[in-house]
Ligand binder design. Sequence first.
Ligand code: AMP
Length: 415
Amino acid sequence: MRVLLVGGGGREHALALGLAGDPAVEALVAAPGNPGIGEVASLREVTPTDPAAVAALAVEVAADLVVIGPEAPLVAGVADAVRAKGIAVFGPSAQAARLEGSKTFAKDVMTAAGVPTARAYTCEDAAAVARALDEFGAPYVVKDDGLAAGKGVVVTDDRAAAERHAAECGRVVIEEYLSGPEVSLFVVTDGEAAVPLLPAQDFKRVGDGDTGPNTGGMGAYAPLPWAPPNLVDDVMRDVVHPTLAELRDRGTPFAGLLYVGLAITPSGPRVIEFNARFGDPETQVVLALLETPLGGLLHAAATGTLGAHPPLRWRDGAAVTVVVAAEGYPAGPRTGDVITGADRAGIIHAGTRRDADGTLRSAGGRVLCGTATGPDLAAARDAAYELVREVELAGSHHRTDIAAGAVEGRITIPG
Ligand code: AMP
């Protein structure tokens, strides 16, 4: 199988490692990729959000499967353009990707499908914003309606800050606050059959103790020792299958990766958000534990044959990833700084570039992450932090408490 992987962040580096490790994958091309991905794939230039350009590249490299990492190409219709060339693609159509691209569309699908989620209003002016904030009370949850790379959401007790964010965004979704630990569940689907991966937890806030602004994600771990034993089965039954059925009924089946972001509330799991692709950095930990060859799994989902795929196999133990971010991230990351100590197994590249002389430099807000597995969560955590300690990047910062609560048994479901 010849595979073209679209994207160039940490998630795509993790996908590239998984695909390169699949004996059925005889050639792996990544576009645009990054220096880490370049170690296991040949790199090509492409604008990932240009449907015609990606489809042409898929034809040129004779891809049997195209795997689309990020959300923006999906929302732009890249999967549709590749499919129109008769090439199998892992990633939903633009219509189905609206599950991520529009919070309002996602709420509409959830309501129609009876999926448990926060009550919400879409608001377009200050009066509607004020009414919704009054109804729900603090903490206030205000979300930009469109794609915002995980940074369009403000959760705050400060009414003025909530109103300010709403005014800046224009069209927003204001919703009820959900309390309880968060879970990311990835589901591989061909639109009908659906296979859950291991649940993971990520850390959205920039600072230790969940302080500071939201980011794209500062770290993750899997599996979740504190999760209720029936969590995955319940979410498949109450969330995933009804959502997939609703999208089939609308004539826009969802094939690809359905990311279910949940809060485990006192009344059970509630959907915080859907995404239409693998999450970053949870992918790094989930794929580190997946033993089943990745290319075959994604190909089955892309070709409507997932129902015949054998059950997944997982490695024992746990995985932890810790993101190293550039100075100023998330507000205004500084780039171009020299990175040393990163050329080792377990370092996943996210925002890096290499000079002609081989010098590695930062090229994005989330620069790289240290990903490690171990016989248990504590061992995996120690190993991930050991990797991060070896990396030198001026001004960089990382959270020191990734997976700490789970290791110390401090995560509880309220109520
Ligand atoms: P989203 O982009 O929708 O995933 O939101 C980003 C983060 O904001 C989530 O991971 C949560 O930590 C928080 N969040 C979003 N919606 C809610 C909600 N209804 N209640 C509590 N926290 C939320």
